[in-house]
Design a protein around this ligand. Structure first.
Ligand code: KE4
Length: 427
């Protein structure tokens, strides 16, 4: 369906913004067509510039876990804005949200706020390198930790070859310090440690992956990484930008009872405003400037509006059973989609944990990037646009997780399942 007003706005945007968007995934390159421009949102619904109501399953890629324009969050921001928007000086509210986050997440004593998940992950890696005196890191194919140079790396051939840049502008010097392993492949990680003995500062991982669709860690995988890091004197960094304060109060560390050394956050922690954070035990965080020598800084870090939104969000989550409610709604959706697509005869598999879910048009289990990459993208494109025509907005890429928000009702879920059944017949 052509969205007339959105398409007009997209033409104008492309004249002054590269690709017409401020983040590439929004441009619909993976699914084709012009992106939908949103006018406003409330609860579970997006209202686009062509006057259509869409049930939202990306929740701004995670942050809007309680639904859009959630009153306590909006009120907190309005109240704060009237008292000034930025000072570049310490404020009490930063301590308040830090205390609350530390009380919710296991294994962290101190937290530093920044302005995005990228900044959080970039800073966490620098801290791990500064703390350990080592230079190399291990990341996993298909995991995304933001657009910092160290993360935009694809593996060379073989498990022990250095990485190579997968974006122009990333230098070979940077790439050589990033080693790549396959998700859920512990032997791969063991090989890397043996081939780079004493040189690896940290492993960074999405403990539940959400950037190749939703992919769960295999039984024992995370604990295996913990043991390898302990054996080789490396730090384990859990990138919980997506999973933090979404899968449980304490994120995956709580859900799966595995401890990281450094945890990064984004999305939900800011309640929809630009906030990232990284946290660890005091022994590690004491290396961070101005206390220690590892430099990291930011003009708008701890910004009062962002802190007000984040504090209101975390306070709501800390005093609610939203995680259980969301998990039940997501299970209901899973069962409904499963039946609808089974009836349609299309080949698919669904991955789900908590309020994260993804549909893969692939045979067999999707457990890593390779198995995610064989999904039929033409079918996904038809699925995406078919649902959009039915008023359902899912992630415009097969390599993304859906994120449920708790404002979505069971009537909305039934409407979604009915739309999947209708679209499934066309696949
Ligand atoms: P930001 O810099 O986009 O706030 O966070 C980077 C990041 C770090 N770690 C994980 C696990 C992430 O998922 C992200 C960002 N997620 C993407 C969605 N896959 C954000 C959407 C976008 O790029 O526009």
């Amino acid at each position: 369906m052509i969205y007339k007003r959105s398409s007009e706005l997209f033409v104008a945007a492309q004249k002054v913004i590269p690709g017409g968007v401020n983040s590439p995934v929004r441009a619909f390159k993976s699914v084709g067509g012009d992106p939908v421009f949103v006018k406003e949102a409330k609860g579970a619904y997006l209202y686009d510039e062509d006057g259509r109501r869409l049930i939202d399953y990306i929740a701004s890629w995670g942050p809007m876990i309680l639904g859009h324009a959630h009153k306590p969050v909006v009120d907190a921001v309005i109240e704060k804005a009237q008292k000034g928007t930025s000072f570049g000086m310490p404020t009490e509210i930063e301590t308040k949200i830090a205390e609350l986050a530390i009380s919710m997440v296991p294994g962290i004593d101190k937290i530093r706020f920044v302005n995005s998940g990228t900044e959080a992950c970039m800073s966490a890696v620098r801290l791990a390198r500064g703390f350990s005196g080592r230079e190399k890191i291990i990341k996993f194919a298909g995991c995304y930790h933001g657009h910092s140079d160290s993360f935009l790396i694809q593996a060379g051939s073989g498990a022990v070859t250095f990485g190579s840049p997968n974006s122009p502008g990333v230098t070979a010097g940077t790439a050589k310090d990033t080693l790549l392993a396959d998700y859920n492949n512990l032997d791969n990680v063991k090989e890397l440690f043996e081939a780079n003995s004493g040189e690896i500062a940290a492993i960074i991982i999405e403990p539940v992956a959400g950037n190749m669709g939703c992919i769960l860690p295999a039984e024992g995988f995370l604990q295996g990484l913990r043991e390898l890091c302990d054996a080789h004197g490396a730090l384990l960094i859990f990138d919980e930008v997506m999973t933090g304060f979404r899968l449980a109060k304490g994120g995956v560390q709580e859900l799966m009872d595995v401890r990281a050394d450094i945890v990064t956050f984004g999305k939900v922690i800011g309640g929809g405003l630009p906030v990232g954070a990284f946290a660890a035990r005091t022994e590690i965080m004491s290396h961070l400037a101005p206390e220690g020598p590892v430099y990291q800084a930011g003009t708008l870090s701890g910004n009062p509006l962002a802190m007000a939104a984040g504090l209101a969000m975390l306070t709501e989550l800390n005093n609610s059973d939203v995680f259980e409610s969301l998990a039940k709604k997501t299970e209901y959706l899973h069962k409904g989609i499963d039946k609808a697509l089974t009836d349609s005869g299309v080949t698919f598999t669904i991955n789900r944990i908590g309020s994260m879910i993804s549909v893969h048009f692939a045979e067999g289990a999707v457990t890593d990037f390779k198995s995610a990459a064989v999904g039929d993208n033409d079918t996904f494109k038809k699925f995406f646009h078919g649902l959009l025509e039915e008023g359902i907005y899912i992630a415009p890429s097969a390599y993304e997780s859906w994120f449920l928000n708790d404002a979505v009702s069971y009537e909305d879920l039934d409407e979604t399942i009915a739309a999947v059944a209708k679209v499934g017949k066309t696949l």
